[in-house]
Design a protein. Structure first.
Ligand code: ATP
Ligand code: MG
Ligand code: MG
Ligand code: MG
Length: 565
């Protein structure tokens, strides 16, 4: 590999900042902006400056190497996609408000791809004709677009972001299981090489559809997912995925509400019992139907609630419409967004513990409307297939009964066995061994490439700033000229020698910047080794500092080179 020239800080396009950006809520956002890695261009839309781009490219390289290693073939699909295939699978409508839809000058409908199952299916339909063409795994590393409701976590949740997505195509279920297992292993290698602490958790399939699915979750306070971990057995799951079977309720709908007198406020126990879940559970993501029509769904993919419909059906019966203020001090129990006006969006519906006997129906499009005193089974039908119960700390492990531990985490990867959902919708068949068409079975697999950069920043940063593992760091060594001409000369000399030996070198040669500022910036930027030409430069002695441990050591130029290469 060709040597990389020394990157001098004197002409590096990266301005470090002393203060956190005003809009930054999470650590990675603060540090990546302050250290000059990224700049915000619009809400959830980011520019990668040179240091950031290097880290991003390193993550991409690791992902690419591990995908290639399982025999996956890299392609590049467009981000601008026609509507028709998404109509064929129903996702043009079902994807909801997260989908960026647009029109061309002729009025044709397009979308910016949030994920590419449809288009990959069509490519294989075009290219593969016989069973001999399968199995195949295709992948791309590409920009994705999702109009996230609250892109507030910096790079962690962009509206434009980089994803590695791959898709497997097999003839048989066993083949799909094999492709899935290959991805699972590749992802383990990717996240280990990235230096991320992660758990593999059972997950729900969400907007992708399909059956088996697991998430790779990186524990971090900034995470927006919660995973339950059993201290006693190997059970680990996103709390979204821990489900309790609800007894099907006769869908009597609201019409029946008049015939049923409003009951005395039931206790938590009776409400929970009526839904067939443990009393300690918080309900979320119920599918709510009023007169057979879906009015509220809290599952990923956010179908919006039509509050008009809810109001028309519920009010003025026993149901009271309330405002977000009623939830304001209940934020801890509600998964949603707490904004200046209190709780602004709630994605779940009933919490028997907050107010026994009531359920709230809320939606993304009418943020401050909630219905109270709704009784499940009387006022709405609870469907059995999207019920999810959010588990509380200490709830019994579904496998062994031990009290579960709950932690926040960032979803860095997600693998799905899709089955034949997309192949059915788009009629993807190949000729089988017997000469008859065989429907193909698929998997879909994603790594949040840009998100991984932020997740890594979250997990590795300390009080001084970023602190990258070597393989993803923007440089191997950060040489600091701490002094005047003599120090700068030595620093540049050693920097050139290190670069000639194949290292990636950042050299702080900025004239007129004090050693103190340079040290602070070096810590903030987070290159794993910091080599300082300072006090003893005249003797040719440098100080090597390990960014992570803080250990220091005085070395000659030759010793430093020997140590670092
Ligand atoms: P989340 O639950 O965080 O919204 P998701 O489940 O919608 O993520 P997937 O559809 O599973 O995401 O996409 C695959 C991967 O892409 C995710 O595991 C995550 O790492 C990454 N990803 C998803 N949305 C974003 C985003 N808005 N910004 C950055 N990365 C994202
Ligand atoms: Mg999402
Ligand atoms: Mg998710
Ligand atoms: Mg996911």
């Amino acid at each position: 590999m060709a040597n990389v020239p020394v990157q001098r800080m004197s002409n590096l396009m990266a301005k470090t900042l002393r203060d956190d950006p005003a809009d930054a809520e999470v650590l990675s956002h603060k540090l990546l902006v302050r250290a000059g890695y990224v700049r915000r261009t619009a809400a959830g839309v980011w520019t990668w400056l040179p240091l950031g781009k290097r880290v991003l490219a390193n993550v991409e390289r690791i992902v690419r190497e591990e995908m290639d290693a399982i025999g996956a073939q890299e392609v590049l699909l467009p981000a601008l996609l026609p509507r028709e295939p998404y109509d064929a699978t129903g996702r043009w409508d079902e994807y909801g408000p997260e989908l960026f839809r647009l029109q061309d000058r002729k009025g044709g409908d397009y979308l910016l791809g949030p994920t590419h199952e449809e288009i990959f299916t069509l490519i294989v339909k075009d290219q593969a004709t016989s069973y001999k063409d399968l199995p195949v795994i295709l992948y791309q590393i590409q920009t994705k677009f999702r109009d996230e409701a609250r892109p507030r976590a910096g790079i962690l949740r962009g509206r434009e972001f980089l994803m590695k997505d791959s898709y497997s195509f097999d003839l048989e279920d066993e083949g799909l299981a094999q492709s899935y297992a290959l991805h699972r292993q590749a992802y383990q290698r990717i996240f280990e090489r990235l230096g991320l602490d992660y758990r593999i958790c059972a997950a729900t399939a969400g907007a992708m559809g399909g059956s088996k699915s697991e998430e790779f979750l990186a524990p971090a306070a900034a995470g927006e997912d919660t995973f339950a971990d059993c201290p006693n057995c190997d059970f680990a799951a996103n709390t979204e995925a821990i489900t309790y079977e609800l007894a099907p309720v006769d869908g009597s709908g609201v019409a029946a509400a008049e015939e049923i007198p409003t009951p005395d406020t039931p206790t938590i126990e009776t409400l929970a019992a009526s839904l067939g879940v443990p009393a300690s559970a918080t309900l979320k993501n119920l599918l709510v139907k009023v007169d057979g029509e879906i009015v509220a769904v809290g599952v990923p993919g956010d179908r919006e609630v039509d509050m008009g419909k809810v109001e028309a059906h519920f009010a003025p019966a026993a149901v009271e419409l309330v405002t977000a203020d009623d939830f304001a001090d209940r934020a801890d129990l509600v998964r949603g967004y707490v904004g200046p006006q209190g709780l602004e969006k709630v994605t779940y519906i009933a919490d028997p513990r907050v107010a026994p006997g009531t359920a709230w129906i809320t939606g993304a499009n009418k943020e401050h409307t909630h219905a109270k005193n709704v009784v499940a089974g009387r006022d709405f039908e609870v469907d059995t297939y999207v019920d999810v119960v959010v588990v509380q700390e200490g709830d019994p492990c579904p496998k062994c009964g031990t009290g579960l531990k709950l932690d926040r985490a960032i979803e860095i990867g997600h693998i799905f066995q899709l089955g034949r959902k997309y192949a059915d919708a788009l009629k993807l068949d190949v000729l089988g061994q017997q000469g008859k068409p065989v429907r193909v079975t698929m998997g879909s697999y994603g790594v949040g490439v840009s998100r991984a950069v932020a997740a890594l920043a979250e997990q590795t940063a300390d009080e001084q700033g970023l602190c990258w593992p070597r393989e993803v760091a923007p440089a191997d060594v950060h040489v600091v000229a701490a002094g005047k001409a003599l120090q700068t000369e030595l620093a540049l000399d050693v920097a050139e020698k290190l670069a000639a030996a194949g290292l990636r070198v950042l050299c702080d040669d900025r004239p007129g910047v004090s050693p103190g500022v340079k040290f602070t910036d070096a810590e903030l930027i987070g290159v794993p080794q910091i080599l300082v030409a300072g006090r003893r430069s005249a003797e040719g002695v440098l100080e090597l500092k390990d960014r992570k441990t803080g250990e220091r050591e005085e070395l000659t130029v030759d010793e430093a080179i020997a140590r670092l290469v």
